[in-house]
Design a protein around this ligand. Sequence first.
Ligand SMILES: Nc1ncnc2c1ncn2[C@@H]1O[C@H](COP(=O)(O)OP(=O)(O)OP(=O)(O)O)[C@@H](O)[C@H]1O
Length: 467
Amino acid sequence: MTPPFPTALVVDDDEAIRQMLAAVLSREGFAVTTAADGVEAVAAFAAQRPALVLMDIRMPRMTGLQALAEMRKIDRATAVILMTAYAEVETAVQAIKDGAFDYIIKPFDIAELLLLVGRALQMRSLRDDIAVLHRELSASYRTDRILTASPRMAELLQTIAKVAKSTATVLVTGESGTGKELVAAAIHYNSPRSAGPFVKVNCAAVPEGLLESEFFGHEKGAFTGAAARRRGRFEQAEHGTLFLDEIGDISASLQVKLLRVLQEREFERVGGTDLVRIDTRVIVATNKNLEEMVRQGQFRQDLYFRLNVVTLRTVPLRERPEDIRLLASHFLQRFAAENRIDVTGFDDQAMACLMAHGWPGNIRELSNAVERAVVMSTGPLIFCEDLPEQLACRGDDPAEPSLGPSPEPDHPPVAGGTPLRDQVSRFEARVVAETLARNGGNRMRTAQDLGISRRSLLYKLQEYGIS
Ligand SMILES: Nc1ncnc2c1ncn2[C@@H]1O[C@H](COP(=O)(O)OP(=O)(O)OP(=O)(O)O)[C@@H](O)[C@H]1O
């Protein structure tokens, strides 16, 4: 944030100009320091870290351009305005490319200078805000923010930490709402690129005809409506990470172009011939079975191999029942605080309902269900009737809860491609949770009903996170 008395450094070898500019900026509320050449300027800059530098280009010992380069090594956030004679405009333009905020041609009028100074400080303040937001965002994507009690997800977190250090392309697969974007962001924010941008494109949300320009940008006049050159997402993610969600939805021709960028790290903007080189890490995600798509000829095999360097699989919520309780409690606290509603927990029957549901929409569905329940609740506990209708127990006789949204109430839906062990665990968690709820939380009676020892029941309750 800009301090109340911003500091400015005025650099010019002409003493009269130095004094005049110092007087003008002091009147505007700046604390001003002056320097007579580039060497003095860099020393003053390092000592004071001013918010603004106003600097002549042509000076003895060290030019304004050389001083600018040194200053950028110390602090890139400072707004530097260069002053130049008309003949040096080309040099000034180069200076902007090298990181100066703008230039002003001598002789200039004070009102014009102050306008530029105002804009420069505004830009600096925006940059500060962005830096704060970026820090907050990276904190929220640390791997320890991916809440889980599941051993399979814990393994995934360990892999994220390893993969983050490399620059390898990563393919994240998993059902919708299982946290693929969270995984991609965690890789970025734990990687050496974390200070760079994390840019996301949902390939299924952009009309097919526009996706190429979205990826690679376009030159002015490339197509009707292309009024100016536009940088694409690959360029925007320079020195950072580009996350391409729903990669299974891109056309055959874009698959070829993507393969080329991944291999050669260069491309042309739409309608252009200049080669653009990039240093961007790519993470892609899909909820489709790419291997199957390759077999069916819908996805290029060479691209699949290129993307499949490291594959991370997120686990559906129904295969990690221990996470249902953990995440439900987390969302409850979050939404209660956000909505300032005094809700503290779930009634046992409501929790049994949550445990028994199949969660086809995974964590997103759970988060929505809990948000709704928090808003609907009337007391400190959430009851079945606060939960969305598709959760089986809602409106049912509490003595006879149904077994979920399956059309055949005696069986949980059978998930294709899911290991038998996981399906059996899921069904077991459901049976245990519902029997416990039916017995009003009495463990002895629940154990008797289930025909197992109390000790086995306790073990299972712990295993599945049922209280
Ligand atoms: N382990 C977790 N801990 C906390 N929140 C989570 C967790 N996993 C997912 N979420 C939250 O669930 C929601 C869905 O996650 P996300 O968008 O990453 O899923 P996705 O797999 O990318 O979904 P889609 O395929 O539909 O894009 C987000 O709000 C995310 O913050």
